[in-house]
Design a binder for this molecule. Sequence first.
Ligand code: NDP
Ligand code: PYC
Length: 335
Amino acid sequence: MSETRIAFEELVSLLERVFLKHGTSAATARVLARNCASAQRDGSDSHGVFRIPGYLSTLASGWVDGRAEPRVEDCAPGFVAVDAGNGFAQPALEAGRGLLMEKVRENGIALMAIRNSHHFAALWPDVEPFAREGLVALALVNSMACVVPAGGRKPLFGTNPISFAAPRSGHDPLVFDLATSAIAHGDVQIAAKEGKTLPEGYGVDADGQPTRDPQRILDGGALLPFGGYKGSALSMMVELLAAALTGGNFSFEFDWSGHPGAKTPWTGELIIVIDPARGAGSNFADRTETLVQAMVDAGQQRQPGDRRYRQRAEAEQLGVAINEDDLAYLKGLVN
Ligand code: NDP
Ligand code: PYC
C-alpha cells in the first residue's frame, strides 16, 4: 500500500464534506472533520481516517443523530452538564466549552459531564487544547462492552480510555491518552486486517481461552484490561465517572442490535479541568518540566505524546501521511 501526503487543511475540508454529505449538521461536520484529521496527522492510526467507514455506517443506521443540538446545563459553580441529544461527544464539548472555561477561571476547577453521547475518536484532542491555555485536564470516556473485568468470564467494560494533559514550560503540553484495555479495539481490527499476531495477555476467544489471534478476539472473543486488576479498577472508575456521574449508559447497557451498522458506543464522557494558577503551588508548568527532566535523567527518554508531536511536526513540513487508497476512498465519497 503506498502512502501519499495531503495538506492538513485540505484533509479537514475533504472530511467536512464527507460528514456533511452523510447526514451531519454543518457544526458536527466541522468538529468531527478537524478531530479526525488531527488524529490522522498525529499518527493516531486507529482513530484517524480508518474510522470513516464506521462513522458513515453508524450514521446510516440511524443509531446516532448527526444533526443533534447539544443542550448545555449550568448545574453548579463547578459543574457543567451537556446532553448531547444522541449525537457525538465532541460537538457537545464544543457547545459547553465557554461555560466550562468561565467556571474554571472563576473557581479554579470545574467539570463537564457529557451524556447521551457517542465517542468514536482519540481522546487526546479533548484535553490538549486546555493545557495549551495553561490548564490541567483529565478526560474519561466509556465505550462498548468488549473487555472482561479482572478474574471475570464475560465482557462488561469498554476499552475506556483516560487522557491527561498538563502544561509544560518551553514545550508542547505533556499528554497521555491510553485505553484501559491491553489494546484498543481499533488496533485489534488493524492487526486482524494486517494478519498480525498479538502479544500474550491481550485477549480471549469466544470460549474464553487466551488467544493471540486478533480475528478470534473480534469473532465473539473479548479483550483483557491492561495490568490485570489494576487496569480493571481504572476501567471500572471510567464507567462510574463517564457514565454513572454523567447520566450516560454503562458500556454494557446499550443495545445496538436493532441498528445494523451501528458502531459508535452510546455512553458518556467526563472532563475535569483545573487552573493550577489558582492554587498555592509554584508555577505548575515549570514543575512539569522539572519532573520531565528528572524522568529523562532517570533514563526515560521517550515521554507520552512525543511520538504524536514528532508526527505532527513532520506533517506540518510534508503534509499529512495517508494511504493512497484511503484518500481515493474519501474523494469517492464526495464525488
Ligand atoms: P497507546 O498504547 O499507543 O499509547 C498510550 C499512551 O502511551 C500515549 O500517550 C503514548 O504516547 C504513550 N506511549 C506509548 N509508548 C510509550 C513509551 N514507550 N514510553 C512512553 N509513553 C509511551 O494507546 P492505546 O492503544 O491505549 O490507545 C489508542 C487510542 O485509542 C487512544 O487515542 C484512545 O483515546 C483511543 N481509544 C478511544 C476509545 C473511545 O471510546 N473513543 C476507546 C479506546 C481507545 P504517543 O501518543 O506519543 O504514542
Ligand atoms: O479503539 O477501543 C477502541 C474504540 C472504541 C470506541 C472507539 N474506539
